[in-house]
Design a protein around this ligand. Sequence first.
Ligand SMILES: C[S@@+](CC[C@H](N)C(=O)[O-])C[C@H]1O[C@@H](n2cnc3c(N)ncnc32)[C@H](O)[C@@H]1O
Length: 258
Amino acid sequence: MSWEMVDDGWGRKAVEFATVTEPAACREYVAVHQLLGLAAGDRLLDMACGSGLALELAAIRGAVCAGIDASPRLVVVARDRSPEADIRVGDMNTLPWPDASFDVVTSFRGIWGTTPTAVQEAHRVLAPGGRLAITIWGNVGKSPGAWAMGPVLWAKDEQVQHQADMVALGRPGVGEAFLAERGFDVAERVEIPFVFEFADPATYARGLAATGPAYEAIQSVGEDQFLARANELAVEHVRDGLPLRCPIQLFCYVGTKR
Ligand SMILES: C[S@@+](CC[C@H](N)C(=O)[O-])C[C@H]1O[C@@H](n2cnc3c(N)ncnc32)[C@H](O)[C@@H]1O
């Protein structure tokens, strides 16, 4: 799939994604910035920045922020949130910045086993000694919130297989080797908190439907069916007086440019 088509799935509900789905990731963003010791003046690039909440939080720590995402409709939201940041629409496999432009590159569930060129590009734009931090799903199936990801499996078999190939980086040793082979000294991976949290089943169904993998399922089963079935799935997990809470295992890999 060409990068220009990414917006079909990721951008079609950009405002829903930014306000209903993305806030769940705030724990992840804060934890990774803290792990990196992100400091005032650090030149930071967020690859596959989506609607840019991570950039907004990095700027609060004083980082000088840039971002790139393939979805023009998500980038509009990211720019609205961070007008001072240099946020571009583009392909993370051909970054539009010169060599050694950044001290830190992050990518939150944006770089996968299927995107080795993006890691080479991250290496190129980092200054010597600069750091790359990427987050990758761990064992989703064994996570307490696994049920919440179930509907993405309603996509066609080849799309589900592609999703599996993407997340293969989360297996022990695989992510470390992937970065080490591309010029990074890699630290031991760190488990990072990630919790999808929604007010109720209907909000969960809407939030999930705003993601790219869910769009692949929607193309298979239809939007009405997707929303109805996702809603039904979530009803079983409602707890009186509490949000729907779905922790998913996530790891952060940090590599330092040799
Ligand atoms: C799982 S989302 C993560 C988004 C964001 N990092 C976050 O935490 O919400 C994956 C993102 O990758 C973007 N993406 C997919 N392929 C891309 C490419 N080739 N270049 C740039 N961005 C891409 C999508 O538009 C989407 O925003």
